[in-house]
Design a protein around this ligand. Structure first.
Ligand code: TXA
Ligand code: MG
Length: 381
């Protein structure tokens, strides 16, 4: 693992990186693209810069941040001689860095308390996005960065999402297009207890991690076990605070993959919510929905927005709007579209967003984790 060799002949790119570096060196906060979601970045070694992150996104002061590095050398420089990168992480680092995996390490003195909220551990990630990597290595210092949404909102996967939430609050948003993964990194803790544990499922899947030597007993927090003590502490991602919530109420139909039944319940819910007086309803749909091909065969997909122009067989369908998350048997597609879909429907001022669950396999685990947190109602019948 080496520093990315960022070479560009594009004077605009050089100028952009130079400007971004200047702002970050002045301890300002800027939005940057990563392969997972957009991040709200500032100098991870400076308390004042870190405090601004919490202020800008109105983040609870006890929710710790991830430190982003651009080389293992940079990580080693953060750790004093006595602290080594724990052996257990060696093979996951080799396999998944740079990429959407965050690991918990013993917190070194060099990291300000504001980053870790007094935790004994610090979360570290080596992103693979070329702009993020180039920027961190240009700066020469690590960047602390939570997702660049206003606290509680769905994470941004487009620069325009950041603009919506934070436009008058930060001096720069770097537009890198749509994020590839669309859900945040996997947060992995292999040092705090006997067995390694995924605190937050994300871009690197359980299935991929459990194959790594030393990770045979890998568990997933809140799926395989719940720790009452941890639950009270916000260090376990998403436990204490409301997350990923659009303005609309989200109804999740979570039937362990019974698609036919889910479809019936979905139609029933749309009717029920309409009868209850809701004016506009958004539905997150899948292209492989059972029967949906028949239901929507008259429909055209608007390729720019991913929405179905016509509606399927629902009463008063003129106020129902659909957004396609892609195929549910390709959870990586669903993950990429999820936050974008929630925000798309929110922008159209729907009162409710209804969505069916998908199997919790591969990226499906992260998708369901985010949907459960976004949902105000989860239907399980
Ligand atoms: O993909 C990502 O991880 C994105 C991009 C920008 O890198 N970042 C991101 O950051 O999702 P944020 O702040 O939205 O989520 C970080 C999560 C938080 O929920 C926090 O609880 C957890 O990581 N975390 C950070 N430090 C921790 C620690 N020392 N112990 C346990 N959890 C920690
Ligand atoms: Mg976040």
């Amino acid at each position: 693992l080496e520093d990315p060799q960022f070479t560009t002949t594009d004077p605009n790119a050089k100028e952009l990186l130079g400007n971004a570096k200047k702002l970050l060196s002045e301890n300002q906060v800027i939005a940057i693209p990563t392969e997972t979601v957009y991040g709200l970045a500032s100098n991870a070694l400076c308390s004042e810069a870190i405090q601004k992150i919490y202020f800008v996104k109105n983040r609870p002061l006890d929710n710790p941040l991830i430190v982003h590095i651009s080389s293992l050398k940079m990580l080693k420089e953060l750790l004093p001689d006595q602290i080594e990168i724990p052996k257990i992480y060696e093979s996951v680092i080799k396999k998944f860095w740079p990429g959407p995996l965050t690991i918990l390490l013993p917190k070194p003195e060099s990291i300000p308390l504001e980053v870790t909220c007094n935790q004994p551990t610090v979360a570290v990630r080596f992103p693979s996005h070329p702009i993020a990597r180039a920027l961190i290595s240009t700066c020469g210092f690590p960047l602390a960065a939570p997702s660049a949404n206003a606290s509680g909102k769905p994470s941004p996967t487009l620069a325009s999402h950041v603009w919506t939430d934070l436009n008058n609050k930060i001096p720069l948003i770097i537009d890198g297009g749509q994020c590839n993964f669309g859900v945040e990194s996997t947060v992995l803790d292999a040092i705090s207890s006997k067995d390694p544990i995924i605190l937050r499922p994300g871009g690197v899947t359980f299935e991929a991690l459990v194959q790594i030597p030393g990770f045979e007993n890998l568990r997933v927090y809140s799926k395989d076990f719940i720790d009452k003590k941890l639950e009270m502490a916000p260090t376990t991602p998403g436990m204490k605070y409301r997350h990923y919530s659009p303005n609309a109420k989200v109804v999740l139909i979570d039937l362990d993959g019974d698609r036919i039944k889910a479809r019936t319940i979905l139609k029933r819910e749309v009717r029920r919510i309409k009868n209850g007086g809701a004016k506009k309803i958004g539905i997150l749909v899948f292209t492989d929905n059972i029967n949906i091909q028949n239901d929507v065969q008259e429909s055209k997909i608007d390729l720019n927005t991913n929405t179905l122009i016509n509606d399927f067989d629902l009463p008063n369908n003129n106020n129902t709007i659909e957004y396609s998350l892609g195929s549910s048997i390709h959870p990586e597609q669903v993950a990429k579209e999820l936050f974008k879909g929630l925000r798309f429907l929110d922008e159209r001022k729907v009162d409710y967003i209804i969505v069916e669950g998908i199997p919790e396999m591969n990226e499906g685990l992260a998708v369901m984790n985010r949907l459960r947190k976004a949902a105000s109602t989860i239907l399980k019948e």
